[in-house]
Design a protein around this ligand. Structure first.
Ligand code: FES
Length: 355
C-alpha cells in the first residue's frame, strides 16, 4: 500500500507513527497519515451570538450574580458581628458558623455561577487549534545547561569541598527539626500530654447519654440497625466539655449478636448486640460519622477510612492504621447503658508516647 510520508513535528497531520495489523499471513502497515482528518465540527452559534436581546439578558444575569456575591460577602461580615462566639456557648458557635457559612456560600456561588455563565454565553466562542510544540530544548541548549552546571560546581567548590557540602546538607536537614519539636508546645503544659491523651472521662458506671441533649440511653431504646451519637453522662456540665468531648465521643450501634465476631477477652464488652466504639478516627482524629446499616461499615468522611463493626471496627479501607477502640459497656439495675471502664487504649491518632 502506498502512503504519504509527511514529516515535521509541527503539523497535526504529520504523525507518521505506524500500526501493524496481521490478516492471515499478510501484514499491513497503517500509517496515521492514511486516516482522513475529519476536520473541525461546524461552528454552532449561540443564541446570544445572534439575538442581541438574549445577549442583553445574559449580561444582566451575569452582573446580577456578581452583585449577589457582593451581597453574600457583606452578609458574612455582618453575621460575624451580629452573632459573636460567646465563651463556652455552643449555640453561639452554631449561629456564627451557620450565618457566616450562608454568606460565604452565596459569595462563592455568585462568583462561580456568574463566571461560568459569562464564559458560556458571552465570551469569545470560536474554536481554535493550538499546535503542541516539543517540550525538550535543542541538543545545544541541553549541552550548555550541563556545562553551566559543571562550571557552577567548579566555581562554588560544592563537589570538591566535601566537608562544607556535607555540613550544609546536615544543617538543612536539622533546620526544620525545631519546628517539629515545637508542636509539643501545642499540648497543655499543666499536665503530662501523654497522660492527657491516654484517658477519656469514661469511667465505670458512667451512663451513655445522647449527644448533645445528655439524655441517658436504655438498652431497650436501641433497636437493631440503629446508631446513636453518645457522650458520657455529666459532660455538658464540664467546664472543658469541648476538649473532653473531642476524646470521649462514641458511636453506639445494635447488631444481631450472632453477626458479631468477638475476640477472646471481649465477650463481656457488648450487651445483646449493642456495641460502642470511639467516634474519633485513628487516622488524624476526624469524627467518624457515617454508618452503613446494610454492610455494618463505619466511614470517616475526611479520608474515607472504613471500619468494619462486625469485626471489632478493624480497618478495611483507607489510611487509618488501627481499629477504633471499643468502649466496654453493660446495663445498670435500671436498664440504662453504662460504661464498664474507660477505653482500654488511647483513642484517636498516634502520638509519640503512645505504646
Ligand atoms: S481522619 Fe479519618 S480517614 Fe483521615
Amino acid at each position: 500500500m502506498a502512503h504519504d510520508e509527511v514529516s515535521g513535528p509541527e503539523s497535526p497531520a504529520s504523525d507518521s507513527s505506524a500500526v501493524e495489523t496481521s490478516r492471515g499471513t499478510s501484514t499491513t502497515t497503517v500509517v496515521a497519515s492514511d486516516v482522513e482528518n475529519p476536520g473541525e465540527p461546524a461552528h454552532r452559534q449561540r443564541v446570544t451570538d445572534t439575538d442581541p436581546k438574549a445577549a442583553k439578558t445574559a449580561q444582566r444575569s451575569v452582573y446580577t450574580l456578581f452583585y449577589l456575591s457582593i451581597a453574600g460577602s457583606v452578609f458574612a461580615i455582618a453575621a460575624y458581628m451580629a452573632f459573636p462566639i460567646e465563651n463556652d456557648d455552643v449555640g453561639s458557635v452554631r449561629l456564627n458558623t451557620l450565618f457566616i457559612g450562608i454568606g460565604v456560600a452565596l459569595a462563592l456561588f455568585g462568583i462561580g455561577l456568574g463566571a461560568v455563565h459569562w464564559a458560556k454565553a458571552l465570551m469569545y466562542d470560536k474554536e481554535g487549534i493550538d499546535i503542541r510544540h516539543p517540550v525538550a530544548g535543542t541538543p545545544e541548549t541541553r549541552a550548555r545547561a550541563v556545562e553551566i552546571f559543571h562550571e557552577a560546581d567548579q566555581e562554588s567548590g560544592f563537589g570538591r569541598r566535601t566537608l562544607i557540602r556535607n555540613s550544609l546538607i546536615g544543617a538543612l536537614i536539622a533546620f526544620p527539626l525545631p519546628g517539629i519539636v515545637l508542636f509539643r508546645g501545642l499540648a497543655p503544659q499543666s499536665e503530662d500530654p501523654a497522660e492527657l491523651l491516654s484517658h477519656t472521662m469514661w469511667k465505670k458506671g458512667a451512663r451513655l447519654t445522647l449527644d448533645p441533649s445528655g439524655i441517658p440511653v436504655k438498652a431497650s431504646d436501641v433497636t437493631i440497625g440503629s446508631v446513636f451519637h453518645i457522650i458520657p453522662e455529666g459532660l455538658n456540665e464540664m467546664p472543658d466539655r469541648l476538649e473532653q468531648k473531642a476524646k470521649a465521643a462514641v458511636l453506639l450501634m445494635r447488631l444481631n449478636p450472632e453477626d458479631l465476631n468477638i475476640s477472646p477477652g471481649r465477650e463481656s464488652w457488648s450487651y445483646d448486640g449493642i456495641v460502642a466504639y470511639s467516634k474519633i478516627c485513628t487516622h488524624v482524629g476526624c469524627p467518624v460519622a457515617l454508618y452503613e446499616q446494610q454492610t455494618h461499615h463505619l466511614l470517616c468522611p475526611c479520608h474515607q477510612s472504613t471500619f468494619d463493626v462486625v469485626n471489632e471496627c478493624q480497618v478495611i479501607f483507607g489510611p487509618a492504621k488501627r481499629p477504633l477502640p471499643q468502649l466496654p459497656i453493660e446495663v445498670d439495675s435500671e436498664g440504662y447503658l453504662v460504661a464498664q471502664s474507660d477505653f482500654n487504649e488511647p483513642v484517636g491518632p498516634s502520638f509519640w508516647e503512645r505504646s
